[in-house]
Write a protein of this length. Structure first.
Length: 508
């Protein structure tokens, strides 16, 4: 295949220069972005309700328009799914990205408008490539294929109109790509890329990629680890570079790469492999790593999104040019998909202010997202209640944490559970709990499908009084002190396990 990198490079160099210029002129670019969004949406239902046409700037906008969590706009979104026009964004929206993360339903459905694709997602993706080519002038990334690991249009939503597509954001983007993109993408077939059944999709991806000249991979680290290992197994290789000798970069995002870094190092040639972090969600493409050192990403100021940052320690949201270095904020956005002053649920730390670089600090609520499952406390609480009701047992306390993928096992969730009264059959309890979690959270269900990416829940029953003893050992025993229900790391779970001498055996 002809190396198109020298041909494409001038376009991406221009994008990188533009991004640098706009990042240095953050306030002006962000003010202009807000006024543009308001102007476009002034005749929509929400635009008329809050008088978008007469809002003069950021301060006026914050005074007039309240913060809008998803629970508040769900009715309007569902009307958009049904085909109603000019609700949160002009025209009719025919694409929606399904994502977990709300407290009033199994999934949320984020509008994917044509404007959001062209103003944000596509520009964000090109920004990632632009920054990579700027950092690595020797790249030959367009001399082969890009392996994009996408999702599907499997949805928990019933009675979807025939003309509407609801599924993963990646599925929406792949389907919307022009056919010519198939020349550079693996899998080239959209039918394979959009398969919903991973038991069929995984071997299809292996067949499509095992003999291809893959130069870059893009996706979630945990998912790609499984795919890469299957490719290596298929050809009997010890390193993925034995299969794809020209592989040079992994554009990764979605979950923390830290727990997977050593595992990728073990299956790649470190002298050839590079990594670039992106901050891309169903709601938008927000930031990209712009330095070789990992740990901070440049906020994209010119991709159609107006950002606000809400201090976690109290106070009103502030615009991007008023944040303070070192502080942690909840990310609020207004975007060309009809989300207005919307909290993403993510918290970010300000690493630098000029230019504005951020790192993902976590979620505004307790969660586990080690494998892209976005399991929230309300999911785990509801699943536990359902399981206890079915088995006639009671749980006095619990905490859950991820167990990360290793060379010999897939990842899983490990639950430490203290029962009140009769202890149920733990094997059955774990099985019922696993099914209940799938029912409560569509992303968890997707990762559990076929046990390809995630193993069943592991439940470890603890003796009565274990949690109180641990709290007392930390100096936090008291009526207002609680063991965190869900933790994104293993610090608490390992501390409890290490401190519990009478721990009984576990069941999976």
């Amino acid at each position: 295949m002809l190396n198109y990198t020298p041909i494409a490079r001038p376009f991406f160099v221009a994008r990188a220069k533009s991004l640098t210029h706009h990042a240095d002129d953050l306030e002006r670019v962000q003010r202009r972005t807000l006024l543009r969004l308001l102007r476009i949406a002034r005749s929509t239902e929400i635009g008329r309700e809050f008088g978008f046409s007469s809002i003069s700037g950021p301060r006026h906008y914050a005074e007039r328009v309240p913060l809008m969590p998803y629970e508040q706009i769900r009715p309007q979104v569902m009307r958009m799914v049904a085909g109603e026009r000019d609700v949160l964004w002009p025209g009719v929206t025919r694409r929606f990205a399904q994502s977990s993360g709300t407290s009033d339903g199994r999934s949320k459905f984020i509008p994917v408008t044509d404007a959001s694709l062209h103003m944000n997602h596509y520009v964000g993706s090109s920004s990632a490539v632009a920054e990579y080519l700027k950092l690595y002038p020797d790249s030959k990334i367009f001399g082969g294929r890009s392996f994009i690991l996408g999702g599907s249009f499997a949805t928990a939503l019933e009675n979807v109109p025939a003309h509407v597509r609801v599924g993963d954001l990646s599925a929406n983007m792949i389907e919307a790509m022009p056919s010519i993109a198939g020349r550079f993408r693996i899998p080239a077939s959209k039918d394979v890329a959009l398969m919903a059944d991973w038991k069929e999709k995984l071997p299809a991806l292996v067949r499509a990629s095992a003999k291809a000249d893959v130069r870059s991979i893009s996706g979630v680290p945990s998912w790609f680890l499984t795919v890469i290992r299957e490719v290596m197994k298929e050809v009997g290789a010890d390193s993925i570079h034995d299969v794809w000798p020209n592989l040079e970069v992994f554009f990764h995002g979605g979950i923390s790469f830290g727990p997977y870094r050593e595992q990728y190092k073990a299956i790649t040639d470190p002298s050839k492999m590079r990594y670039l972090e992106t901050y891309n969600a169903s709601e938008g493409f927000f930031a990209v790593q712009d330095r070789r050192e990992a740990g901070a990403m440049l906020l994209l100021p010119d991709v159609g999104i107006y950002y606000e940052f809400e201090p976690l320690d109290g106070g009103n949201p502030v615009p991007a040019w008023e944040v303070e270095q070192g502080r942690v904020y909840a990310l609020i956005l207004s975007a060309p998909n009809g989300l207005w002053r919307y909290s993403t649920g993510d918290t970010v730390k300000i690493e630098t202010v000029s230019p504005l670089r951020i790192s993902i600090a976590g979620r505004t609520k307790l969660f586990i997202n080690a494998f892209g499952e976005e399991l929230m406390v309300y999911n785990s609480d509801a699943a536990l209640a359902s399981t206890c009701s079915k088995l006639g047992c009671e749980v006095s306390d619990y905490t859950a944490a991820p167990v990360y993928t290793t060379d010999h096992s897939r990842g899983r969730h490990q639950w430490l559970v203290e029962f009140s009264g009769r202890e149920p059959d733990i094997e059955r309890f774990a099985s019922e709990l696993d099914m209940a979690l799938c029912n409560e959270n569509s992303d968890y269900a997707a990762k559990r499908a076929g046990s390809i990416f995630l193993d069943p829940v592991e439940v470890i029953p603890l003796p009565e009084g274990t949690f109180n003893s641990w709290l007392e050992s930390t100096g936090k025993l008291g009526g207002q002190r609680k063991v965190p229900r869900l933790c994104p790391d293993r610090r608490i779970a390992d501390a409890i396990l290490n401190d519990t001498e009478s721990l009984r055996h576990s069941y999976t």
